[in-house]
Ligand binder design. Sequence first.
Ligand code: BTN
Length: 259
Amino acid sequence: MSGEDIFEVRRFDQLGSTNTHLLEQARAGAPEGTVVVADHQSAGRGRLGRRWEAPPGTCLLVSVLLRPVTGPEERPLATAAVALAAVEACQVVAGVSPDVKWPNDLVVADRKLAGVLAEADPGAGGGPEGSVAVVVGLGLNIEWPGPPGVGGTCLAHLTGRSLDRDRLLDAWLCALAPRVVALRSADGRLDLAQELRERCSTLGRPVRVELVDGSVVEGTATGLSDGGHLVVGTASGPVVITAGDVIHLRPNGSTQGGG
Ligand code: BTN
């Protein structure tokens, strides 16, 4: 079975942003499982208001619409479902096994291979009672390692060969399908959180977390909550991080790698 038997895939040569386009579709009532793919984005967006830029045809640029019936405390698991499916697609198609750097990056040896951006619109109707529209976008570097200075990598550099975007898309959709089902049940969500713990290279590391309000938390990443939030052990006790930029530190406190 192909991924396109499970998801409704809409393809574009160019869009501003696959996330922006799919959020508009969500507001117009598009169903869960709608997927938007573009060869190129003229206004691709990253987390925390950053831009996401890539030359045409060099990356897998794709967004999926989910309509989970979960509260904000479990919303990171939607990001996790997309990121973990991308890990599996890289394993199946390229023989590359990325880690997940909390909250949303796929990394290989601390170099960023992919980023994930989840955006919720509680006002977008069309899903089951109590659900929220969440658009989760994935930018996976296939031929291009990202802008200079970011410390990125791409599948072509890691494997020494070029990889087919459609095969990666299909493998990602096939890996995503069971995880979308998992998001629908309490047990499934616990399984996703556990899978994320096993794949998350942030755990056990000294980290500096820059929070959205500009404050900083430093300590050791000790765990992930069942909702997928990061727990950092600090001198004044454990702190649960819901959103922020994580920098992996070396044991002496200096920064490590990019991404
Ligand atoms: C990040 O690392 O900051 C997240 C980057 C997410 C980029 C993807 S590309 C497809 C989708 N559409 C967007 O505008 N952004 C996401």
